[in-house]
Design a protein around this ligand. Structure first.
Ligand SMILES: Cc1ncc(COP(=O)(O)O)c(C=O)c1O
Length: 310
């Protein structure tokens, strides 16, 4: 999916809130040439004069884990980036749902693959609606495979890695599908181009394990907790063969941008009844309440800021 966005008034760059047009770096930054960056995608929901940011600290923690994996020192603390995000969102006075993109990348310095250039950090927040169709999407198994765990750090959310997801997503769109599903090198279901995947079989949730080379999604973790703690469903983390996906009762994607997106068709095979399944709709309902802080048990996941659009 490509998403149209309206530019906001401010961005945050290297410690300061700056006018949107001044949020610039040089064309010679290392991250641009070699994909040496780590980033996050976070959602904030506008609700009656408040922006509610979902699992902000968990996303910033993952940003730091990703950085550590690629030998990158982010020149701020976790608390500083949490606070910077809050200040940027407040400054922009959003009146709609938003998407927040913190990014840290190697900047200007020397040239070459082993250069450990100083790290630039930016935070961008834009108004952002739905990403994938909530009524259910048609998917295709991508010809692009997830690489094995010893070829690139799949567990880290690294900018260079997203060339693969870009190609998979583009290929799906060019072939008339809404989204791609990637297999791992052994042919098991891995994930979407920007989503983790779940199937439902006899009211049990099944999702690929993290150590099998997928991103440890924060929405995935949210769904596992909601399903087991609130709905009393069994959740199994194990490999999934593509035939199991084709014959599942229900299937859905999870992701910050995608939220919970039902999958209703894969390569011409209808999944379940070809509409949002019963378990999926229960999870969607719970998820929508959780992100707005309406479930006491998970309120600590929500950072609530007052926001009055100008
Ligand atoms: C490749 C990939 N898998 C899964 C996800 C879902 O992760 P999360 O739920 O933390 O947004 C994302 C999005 O960040 C992603 O890019």
């Amino acid at each position: 999916m490509s998403v149209e966005v309206t530019w906001p008034k401010y961005a945050w760059l290297n410690g300061k809130i700056v006018e949107w047009d001044n949020a610039k770096v040089h064309v010679f930054v290392h991250g641009l040439h070699y994909g040496t960056g780590v980033f996050e995608g976070i959602r904030g929901y506008y609700d009656n004069g408040y922006i509610k940011i979902f699992r902000l600290r968990d996303h910033i923690l993952r940003l730091f884990r990703s950085a550590k994996i690629i030998h990158m020192e982010i020149p701020y603390t976790i608390d500083e980036l949490v606070e910077a995000t809050i200040n940027l969102v407040k400054a922009n006075r959003f009146g709609k749902d938003i998407y927040i993109r913190p990014i840290a990348f190697r900047g200007l310095g020397s040239f070459g693959l082993r250069a450990k250039n100083p790290v630039d950090v930016a935070i961008i927040a834009v108004e952002f609606g739905k990403y994938l169709k909530k009524s259910g999407i048609r998917c295709t198994i991508s010809s692009w495979r997830k690489p094995p765990a010893d070829s690139i750090p799949i567990y880290a959310k690294v900018t260079g890695m997203y060339l693969l997801y870009h190609l998979a997503s583009l290929e799906a769109a060019m072939n008339g599908y809404d989204e791609a599903i990637m297999l791992d090198v052994e042919g098991y279901i891995a994930e979407g181009s920007g989503e983790n995947i779940f199937i439902v079989k006899d009211r049990k949730l099944i999702t690929p394990p993290v150590y099998d080379g997928i991103l440890e999604g924060i929405t995935r973790d949210t769904v596992i907790k909601l399903a087991s703690e609130m709905l009393g469903l069994r959740v199994e983390e194990r490999r999934i063969r593509r035939e199991e996906l084709y014959t599942a009762d229900e299937a859905f994607f999870t992701g910050t941008a995608a939220e919970i997106t039902p999958i209703i068709e894969v390569d011409g095979r209808t999944i379940g009844r070809g509409q949002i399944g019963e378990v999926t709709s229960q999870i969607i309902e719970l998820y929508n309440m959780t992100v707005l802080g309406k479930i006491e048990k998970y309120r600590h996941w929500v950072t609530e800021l007052t926001s009055s659009p100008p």
